[in-house]
Design a protein around this ligand. Structure first.
Ligand code: 4AD
Ligand code: MG
Length: 438
């Protein structure tokens, strides 16, 4: 920028504009939209923190500047100086009376116009679509949820331990593994950090990992991604009941954290926040047995031993205005590591948290098998290689204790809290069965 075009006001952001009322400031951003009327240009400036209307009156700027503003294309990058004025009609309560504007870059014709576009088109342009108002709000809510999750665990004495992404074995069944060649041996992208957290909780007591996980999901649904983020706490000496309490506390904490700090974003998304306000303790606990009875009574063709799909989860969750927790599933439909219920060995001490409003399972977890012999038998029964799990079974050889944990899927949680139809909008760059770009 040359000397004579250097900004005259304090550089600030739209988010911080209220603190500058009556003063001259400089904002740096992109032209979101423009309308012109005779001697006036109304420029919607987007700076990453928000959008503000900048009003340019021809008599308050040079002729060149007025002409430049009139020629700006959507998403051109600009630096605008002006006076901050309170304005009741504005969503943010302020507008800028422009005294100067400089161009950083005149954008080429922008492919995303305010008119309707198909989802596939927008997904192809995801790198640009992220700039639009709705996507901006979703990413801010996602960021708040991530921060809330970390604060929740950090504030309760959990230690953050990272799990590896390249792994030698399956944690959640062999049908959804992404395989890759690893210097002459097979490796898989992790499906879950759980097994590693089981090791870590024996070292630290309370731990969590939070990272990307991968599932080669062959199904195209509104709640499946092939790459998604999961937070996975694991606690030594914890049983399934305490596990359900921890899950409940986390969900309540995160929902209220977003309500406290991201109201404008929820409003931009037209989220019915009353539905979120009602998310308080306690959540209904429902045994799998009762869940089957509920489904049968609702006319579903299901019987004891069946796993639930999205439709079943929706019916079950509609029993309450807050999430519900289903627990004690048939061991046969659950992963090898789940502890069998000592009272009824045909059951696994697993639990799922189902979100209301049709969002379904957001958390899966439970108590882990802590008996060496039982675990070894389960590994064999699931057709898994004992050698690959040698390190894992070691945890039952050296000071085994009852322990439990769970995994909360970040994207499904974001979809629910934001009230979105599909998880593809909850992650910056979604990976789906038919999408690897951008
Ligand atoms: O129920 P899941 O498969 O549980 C586990 O992976 C356990 N090992 C976690 C643990 O106990 N530490 O997955 C946990 C959660 C689900 O409830 C769901 O929210 C999310 O991860 N999830 C997915 N989210 C998006 N796309 C997918 N394909 C998902 N698969 C699971
Ligand atoms: Mg599950």
């Amino acid at each position: 920028m040359t000397e004579d075009t250097a900004p005259a006001g304090t550089i600030t952001t739209v988010e911080a504009i209220a603190g500058h009322e009556g003063r001259t400031v400089t904002l740096r951003g992109w032209l979101y939209n423009r309308s012109s009327k005779g001697k006036l240009h109304f420029l919607q400036l987007r700076d990453g923190t928000g959008i503000i209307q900048c009003v340019m009156f021809s008599q308050e700027v040079s002729d060149e500047t007025f002409a430049l503003a009139g020629s700006l294309t959507q998403e051109s990058s600009i630096v605008v100086t002006g006076t901050v004025r309170a304005d009741k009609r504005s969503k943010i309560g302020f507008e800028l009376g422009v005294s100067d504007l400089t161009l950083v870059h005149m954008a080429e014709p922008y492919p995303i116009s305010p008119k309707e576009h198909g989802v596939e088109f927008l997904m192809d342009k995801r790198h640009l679509w992220l700039r639009s108002r709705r996507q901006h709000a979703i990413m801010r809510v996602r960021s708040e949820i991530v921060a809330g999750i970390r604060d929740f665990f950090d504030g309760r004495g959990f230690v953050n331990v990272d799990a590896p992404i390249l792994t030698p074995a399956a944690c959640e069944g062999t049908s959804t593994l992404f395989e890759t060649e690893y210097f002459g041996q097979n490796a898989y992208l992790t499906q879950s950090g759980q097994l590693y957290m089981e090791a870590a909780c024996m070292a630290h007591g309370k731990v969590y990992c939070f990272g990307p996980t991968f599932r080669a999901e062959k199904s195209k649904t509104r709640r499946h991604l092939t790459e998604f983020w999961m937070v996975e706490p694991e606690v030594a000496f914890m049983d399934i009941d305490e596990d359900m309490e921890l899950a409940e506390d986390l969900v309540v904490f995160v929902v209220h954290r977003v309500l406290d700090r991201r109201r404008p974003e929820l409003e931009a998304l037209e989220r019915d926040t009353a539905r979120l306000e009602s998310v308080t303790r306690p959540f209904v606990r429902m045994s799998y047995d009762d869940a089957i009875r509920t489904l049968v009574a609702a006319g579903h063709l299901t019987s004891w031993g069946d796993d639930f799909g999205g439709d079943e989860e929706t019916v079950l969750a509609s029993q309450s205005d807050r999430p519900i927790i289903v627990h004690r599933f048939p061991a046969a439909i659950k992963a090898f590591y789940m502890k069998h219920d000592p009272a009824r060995p045909e059951l696994a001490l697993g639990m799922d948290v189902l979100a209301p409003e049709g969002y379904g399972e957001i958390i899966g977890g439970g108590q882990r098998e802590d008996d060496l012999a039982v675990l070894e038998k389960a590994i064999a029964q699931h057709g898994l290689s004992p050698a690959v799990f040698e390190w894992y079974t070691d945890l039952r050889r050296y000071g085994t204790v009852p322990h439990a944990g769970f995994g909360l899927g970040l994207e499904r949680t974001v979809a629910w809290i934001c009230g979105l139809k599909h998880v593809r909008e909850t992650i910056p760059f979604p990976r789906l069965i038919n999408r690897l770009t951008p």
